[in-house]
Design a protein around this ligand. Structure first.
Ligand SMILES: Nc1ncnc2c1ncn2[C@@H]1O[C@H](COP(=O)(O)OP(=O)(O)O)[C@@H](O)[C@H]1O
Ligand SMILES: Nc1ccn([C@@H]2O[C@H](COP(=O)(O)O)[C@@H](O)[C@H]2O)c(=O)n1
Length: 669
């Protein structure tokens, strides 16, 4: 798949490329850019560190071995995202997938890929970098070969055909099941168009829907709405859950399956299971000690690592699936209403009531086709264990249900009623953060958690350069870098230091200091925060860098979370969170909330900015009093576009040269 055509670039004539960034020409393409839109006046930019201008067409030719460019109009954000992802070697697909998928050549070329071993949300213990990536959690997905939902907005290599089942003796370890997933309506809609939902990547995925605020102006979490779905095996629990998600039409929903919590079997139990004699329908088969805290953490909006269960091997995969908080969490399983703790956590309880003959018929088909079982074994297990457990544990749990859904997924009336209720509940919980923050109280004394870079003629001089609207871009970049360096150095001076004694080359003892924080991580809020990464890397040896991409939704005005790349064990780090400017504090608050949801202690977070508005400072200090705030100046106001006043304008635009131009476009517009 080669770049099909150069985009109609109009005003876009060049792109700046950093020669020092190695973007190798690879063999077969592994990135497809399906739909990105750019307006005529937009300028395509690399996020940072670029020096050389290339004609834009050369740029795309340069990448033609890696990129399938299928549609030619771009939005600046999409381009930024795209280029950002290129730099981070992502395998992408984003945008309007449907429009382009019809292309026969595209479809043909995709068949060349190897099947993936995992989806992006699964952890890989062998990953030496020990990072986790999340692009818009509504599309954290699992591979489709297990009957799961695969959002077609994601490129992943197509599946190789499943080897034919050879009965219960020949088991394919790939036939695992990952119902546990986070997904959106769009994703599910595409699932129904099976032929369209086969774009996959080797190990990364990218999403187009961002997560809106999940906390209030005080930074406090809103608990997700938890729906519990119980019912007999093959009653249609997953189907109902899927239909609810589809009809809900909200960005972030997490689906957690009880299957993920089957206990790990010992050798003897494995043998029993392979003779279809192990009772997987008894409550003891489930690891409630893991299930309950996992659901509780999800309810608290926290990150969790969920086991991936393999029905063929009767065991857990070595990888886990990382899941995050969501507006709605759906928990489904045969014994979803067995444990009182779980029942208590469910805001709505649904029982799927399907005729036993229908369930048996479905189960026979599914277990033989998907779980490597044979007819005799399925019937044996059903009669001896599945049916008695249904009568003993599952059917009686119906008393907990708020709603009983006869016939499962076919019952559209019931699903509509459920969805209506959930919408009502979510409306009650919805948050409008940014506008409220912008109008938050100012004129108060600055909080004790703020650390202002001591002023000096040098600092004032740097401010004068970067605040001056007539400063050229070159100068702006140069002087901002100098100021960034000073602010970062100042932030480092706030870290804990301990006394150490060394010996000088002259053999004399010197009593000095050493930073006692052994794990320090810089996290930039993209894109402007990325401009501070170099400074932190220069002054803090071997520091690890994470990234959080937050963009403003132009319709709602709210910040939305698109992407995370954080060290897996970020909770053990002292985190220097970087953004060039802070106005209302909405993006900073979202980034801090992300870190807290990853269990980073509040007192281990420093937010560092060149310039902050007073309202942003107050917002952060009020919501997170233990977070240290480091900046070189606090300006008194913000305007109705949420720019700091007097301020420095749009830092990212000035730094990256993406300011809207007054000059007319070549087409005269
Ligand atoms: N309404 C339906 N009509 C036909 N097949 C269905 C229906 N609902 C579910 N199925 C099939 O039955 C099997 C079990 O459904 P699923 O939703 O996974 O049930 P559960 O989660 O309760 O085990 C699947 O193979 C699914 O495709
Ligand atoms: N190794 C296993 C584990 C579980 N089962 C059966 O799965 C059923 C639960 O899944 P549903 O999707 O049907 O809700 C349960 O009835 C177990 O018997 C299995 O066969 N093998």
């Amino acid at each position: 798949m080669r770049a099909r055509a150069a985009p109609p670039l109009h005003s876009l004539s060049s792109i700046q490329v950093d020669e020092s960034i190695s973007l190798p020409r690879l063999g077969p393409p592994d990135i497809c850019l399906l739909t990105l839109g750019i307006t005529d006046s937009d300028c395509l930019q690399l996020p940072s560190r670029r020096r050389q201008h290339l004609p834009i067409t050369d740029y795309f030719n340069w990448y033609s071995s890696r990129i399938g460019l299928l549609q030619s109009d771009f939005t600046s954000f999409a381009c930024f995202l795209f280029l950002f992802l290129l730099l981070h070697e992502a395998d992408i697909i984003t945008g309007d997938f449907k429009k382009n998928w019809g292309s026969p050549s595209m479809a043909a070329s995709i068949q060349d890929y190897d099947p993936p071993s995992s989806a992006s949300s699964e952890s890989d213990p062998c990953d030496p970098r020990e990072y986790e990536d999340v692009f818009g959690k509504d599309f954290v997905v699992s591979p489709s070969e297990d009957g799961d939902i695969v959002p077609s907005k994601i490129i992943t290599p197509p599946q190789s055909p499943r080897p034919p089942s050879a009965g219960s003796n020949q088991k394919s370890p790939r036939a695992r099941r990952q119902r546990t997933t986070s997904i959106s309506k769009a994703a599910i809609l595409k699932t129904s168009q099976k032929s369209e939902s086969v774009l996959r990547s080797n190990h990364r995925t990218i999403y187009t829907a961002g997560r809106p605020p999940w906390y209030n102006c005080a930074g406090q979490q809103v608990k997700p709405f938890v729906i519990g779905i119980c019912g007999g095996s093959a009653s249609g629990k997953t189907t109902v859950a899927t239909k609810i998600i589809e009809a809900l039409d909200i960005p972030w929903v997490t689906l957690l399956s009880m299957d993920s919590f089957y206990k790990v079997l010992n050798e003897k139990q494995h043998e029993i299971a392979s003779n279809n004699e192990y009772n997987f329908d008894h409550p003891d088969a489930f690891d409630f000690d893991l299930l309950i805290p996992t659901l509780r953490r999800l309810k608290e909006g926290k990150k969790v690592d969920v086991p991936i269960y393999n029905f063929v091997t009767h065991g857990r995969e070595s990888k886990t699936k990382t899941m995050y908080g969501a507006n709605v969490v759906i928990f489904e399983g045969i014994l979803a209403f067995y444990h009182p703790e779980v029942v208590k956590m469910c805001d709505m309880k649904i029982f799927v009531d399907t005729d036993p003959d229908v369930r048996l018929a479905r189960r026979l088909k599914r277990d033989i086709c998907e779980r490597g079982r044979d007819l005799e074994g399925v019937l044996k297990q059903y009669i001896n264990m599945v049916k008695p457990a249904f009568c003993h544990y599952i059917a009686p749990a119906m008393v907990h249900a708020d709603i009983i859904v006869p016939r499962g997924g076919d019952n559209t009336v019931a699903i509509e009623l459920i969805v209506h209720h959930v919408h009502t509940q979510l409306t009650k919980r919805g948050f409008k953060v940014r506008e409220k923050l912008a109008n938050s109280i100012v004129g108060q004394p600055l909080p004790s958690s703020i650390y202002l870079l001591p002023t000096s003629p040098q600092v004032s001089g740097l401010h004068t350069f970067i605040r001056n609207k007539d400063t050229s871009r070159d100068e702006f970049v140069f002087y901002s870098k100098r100021l960034i360096r000073l602010v970062i150095e100042y932030a480092l001076s706030l870290l804990p230091f301990k006394e150490v004694t060394v010996e000088t080359p002259q053999g004399v003892t010197y009593i000095g200091k050493r930073c006692s924080a052994d794990k320090i991580c810089g996290v930039s809020i993209l894109r402007a925060g990325e401009t501070m990464e170099q400074a932190v890397c220069d002054v803090c040896k071997d520091i690890r860098i994470g990234k959080i991409l937050i963009q403003t939704n132009l319709t709602t005005g709210e910040p939305e979370l698109y992407y995370l790349r954080l060290p897996k064990d970020i909770k053990d780090y002292l985190v220097i969170l970087m953004d060039a400017t802070v106005a209302t504090g909405a993006a900073a608050m979202m980034a801090i909330r992300v870190l807290l949801d990853h269990d980073v202690p509040e007192e281990n977070i420093l937010i560092v900015s060149l310039l902050m508005a007073e309202s942003g400072v107050q917002t952060i200090a009020y919501a997170f009093p233990q977070v240290r705030i480091v900046t070189s100046a606090v300006d008194p106001e913000i305007n109705d576009k949420f720019y700091v006043l007097p301020g420095i304008g749009n830092f990212g635009d000035r730094y990256f040269g993406t300011e809207p131009s007054d000059a007319p476009n070549p087409d005269g517009s």
